[in-house]
Design a protein around this ligand. Sequence first.
Ligand code: PRP
Ligand code: URA
Length: 210
Amino acid sequence: MTTNLHIIDHPLIQHKLTLMRRRETSTRTFRQLVNEIAMLLCYEVTRDLPLTTELINTPMEEMDAPILAGKKLCFVSVLRAGNGLLDGMLNLIPSARVGHVGLYRDHDTLQAVEYYYKVPSDIADRLVIAVDPMLATANSAIAAVQRLKDGGANNIRFLCLLAAPEGVEAFNKAHPDVPLYTAAVDRQLNEAGYILPGLGDAGDRIFGTK
Ligand code: PRP
Ligand code: URA
């Protein structure tokens, strides 16, 4: 499998993911867990952000203290399930700019259909972290990343919660320059393009639309 794949196997993430997978988990709890897991995923996906130092005064004395080196961030939510992850990430980095790519998966063709696109005008100067909980065929992720590249983004990471091996392969083939972060790679897709064992339809479970 690809070297661009980063599996985030922190025990807290794995534990929360198991709770989310359970059929009996309520919408309220599922949404809360997405929020919590997003913070943990965000922590890992930003682990290598560069630091500089700044001279500050503590109540005791001066010190050269570490501070983020002004790396400008933009989170991009792939609507609508991406919004579940986005909220948790913004809890951790409230100053990040936010873009949205609206896509839905046509149920028959499994192709991504775009219905919305809005990102900061200086996207080319930012580290873009695109988020969507599910990477199944990867058609949505591939289309979202292509749209961001066409819009000028040139430093992109893709963060999901759960991926299928078929999707990981397709994504890496389409965008070998884009690191892919996920908490787990499941067994396979079913004939309808759903991840097995998976967690069902992420958007429906976050928003209670089923
Ligand atoms: C889900 C999910 C991804 C996509 C993954 O969205 O949030 O965007 O499917 O599938 P793929 O890798 O095969 O493209 P969906 O199309 O159900 O839209 P929603 O977020 O509005 O529910
Ligand atoms: N989208 C989802 O929300 N779940 C899947 O298993 C596949 C695509």
